[in-house]
Write a protein that binds this ligand. Structure first.
Ligand code: NAD
Length: 357
């Protein structure tokens, strides 16, 4: 079957990537979607059970750092679009093992850029009709004070953790490939995501899991840090709009205009989980356990996504309380998914990570 477009989505077995793959496979049967994922601890094909048999979906287990493999995939599938999400993504892990982050996030992105460059330059149409879309984070901008200011697309990069430093570096390479070789690129910086299929080392699924198991809820410092939260399906919708209508060489901020202090967010989660489990109001508040703050912990992130709204008409579709309730319900109804993931290797890692806190 001939497809109108052939698009590689890297990291499609991860949290956000799986939502992007699902949206593209279902919405665009005329596109072939090739999920390229190494299946690290964070990649899980169970996230894509509902689309794995679709005719326009293929999975390739491959490492984005492997240049020969990436080049082969580009030509085997006549790829004309790349949506690049594969990354090491957990800040705590980056503090323990910065090299893994530099390798995957920087060298991996550079490898993919170079493989796309050589393949696209070898085609008759060269860069016409091609796009390299790189997914990045708001953490590259550093930290804000509690003064109502927000990150815009013009904010200077100022990363503080090995994770954000590696993402910032990959962003620079993407811009450099546009500026130096004329590759059509787009870059987006998004705030914290939450929703179904998130690996339970991240705050929201970890805490839902722990509340259900009556395990402690480790809160960094005094829980004063502020994050802007976006429902993951809204991020996938934004990626769809930007992939199709975004301006080449531009960048867009994606956020929910939805800032929460960690401690307040945790209280909303406790309230929601207790309500859905039939526990009395406030039942799980005693699980809150304050732990030593994370090194280099940024105080506040807040994204101004008005450019995306004004130019391309995207807005988040869900209010936060609604999104949290949907998310908690999903985790409660998908205990098998959670149990599979929290057994074995991950459980050992989790104990190691939090044992001295
Ligand atoms: N989670 C968030 O809140 C958030 C916010 C903004 C931006 N981002 C960015 O979005 C992207 C996806 O984040 P996520 O939370 O879904 O991450 P994730 O950790 O859930 O998934 C990452 C995926 O990449 C795959 N992967 C890792 N190394 C690879 C390699 N060398 N080759 C091929 N595949 C590899 C993993 O197997 C996994 O499936 C990342 O680039 C991240 O920086 C995430």
């Amino acid at each position: 079957m001939k497809f109108r477009r052939n698009i590689i989505i890297t990291g499609g077995a991860g949290f956000i990537g799986s939502h992007v793959v699902r949206l593209f496979v279902n919405k665009y049967p005329e596109y072939r979607i090739i999920n390229v994922d190494k299946l690290t601890y964070a990649g899980n094909l169970a996230n894509l059970k509902d689309v794995e048999l679709a005719e326009n979906y293929s999975f390739e287990k491959a490492d984005i750092c492997d240049y020969a493999q990436m080049s082969q995939l580009m030509s085997d599938y006549s790829v004309d679009g790349i949506i690049h999400l594969a990354a090491e993504s957990h800040v705590d892990r980056s503090i323990k093992d910065p090299f893994a982050f530099a390798y995957t996030n920087i060298i991996g992105t550079l490898t993919l850029l170079q493989a796309a460059k050589l393949y696209w330059e070898s085609t008759e149409e060269k860069y016409e009709g091609k796009l390299f879309y790189h997914i990045s984070t708001d953490e590259v901008f550093g930290a804000l004070e509690m003064d109502g200011t927000m990150f815009t697309e013009e904010t200077k990069y100022n990363p503080h953790s090995p994770y954000s430093a590696s993402k910032a570096s990959s962003d620079h390479f993407v811009r450099a490939f546009h500026d130096t070789y004329g590759m059509p690129t787009i870059l987006t910086n998004c705030s914290n995501n939450y929703g179904p299929y998130q690996f339970p080392e991240k705050l929201i699924p970890l805490f839902i899991h722990n509340i259900c198991q009556r395990k402690p809820l480790p809160v960094y410092g005094k829980g004063e840090n502020v994050r802007d939260w976006l429902y993951v399906v809204d991020h996938a919708r934004a990626i769809d709009v930007i992939f199709h209508k975004g301006k080449v060489a531009d960048s867009y901020n994606i956020g929910g205009f939805n800032e929460w202090k960690n401690i307040d967010l945790i209280k909303v989660m406790i309230k929601t989980v207790d309500k859905l489990l039939g526990n009395p109001d406030g039942y799980s508040l005693d699980l809150i356990t304050y732990v030593t703050d994370r090194a280099g912990h940024d105080l506040r992130y807040a994204i101004d996504s008005s450019k995306l709204k004004n130019e391309l008409g995207w807005e988040p579709s869900l209010q936060f309380e609604e999104g949290i309730e949907k998310t908690v319900r999903w985790y409660l109804e998908n205990q098998d998914w959670l149990d599979n993931i929290t057994s074995g290797e991950y459980e050992k890692y989790y104990e190691e990570m939090y044992k001295n806190r």
